[in-house]
Design a protein around this ligand. Structure first.
Ligand code: HEC
Length: 119
């Protein structure tokens, strides 16, 4: 009986550990996206930047209109951001950025939803 109890305890700790590791990995990824966004993309993609037609940080409607939230959609958006599209210069005007950095910034902009109700 007590061995069952300790087995459950070990299983519980295992699940908690796995969950903590996943949460940690996600937070790190968003950290990269956020720093790229802040350094380069926010110049045009910040929500308060109403004069620019860029899809805004955290505006799910802006982003949904451009691509589905799946991997293929993200891939397409990344290509556009790398090559430039419309009024947006290639890589947002920062040629030093890698594909990975661009992609994380896009994910960050799509995911980040401030307490504002999404229309
Ligand atoms: C100089 C202003 C500017 C900067 C800086 C900028 N963007 Fe943009 N971005 C735009 C504009 C304007 C659009 C809308 C283009 C259109 O649809 O005609 C856009 C659109 C996009 C799109 C949507 C592409 C699509 O398929 O519709 C993505 C993704 C994107 N930007 C990512 C980024 C990322 C990532 C960064 C930072 C590395 C960045 N942008 C920096 C102006 C900018």
């Amino acid at each position: 009986m007590s061995s069952y109890a300790s087995l459950w305890r070990i299983a519980g700790v295992g699940c908690w550990l796995a969950g903590a590791l996943i949460a940690h990995a996600e937070a790190q990824e968003n950290e990269l996206g956020r720093s790229v966004y802040r350094a380069t993309c926010s110049a045009c993609h910040a929500p308060e930047n109403v004069m620019v037609s860029a899809p805004k940080l955290g505006d799910s409607r802006d982003w949904r209109r451009r691509a589905s939230p799946d991997a293929a959609g993200l891939e397409r958006l990344t290509e556009h951001a790398l090559n430039g599209i419309g009024a947006m210069p290639p890589k947002g005007g920062n040629p030093a950025l890698s594909r990975e950095q661009i992609q994380s910034a896009i994910e960050y902009m799509r995911q980040e939803v401030r307490g504002v109700p999404q229309r």
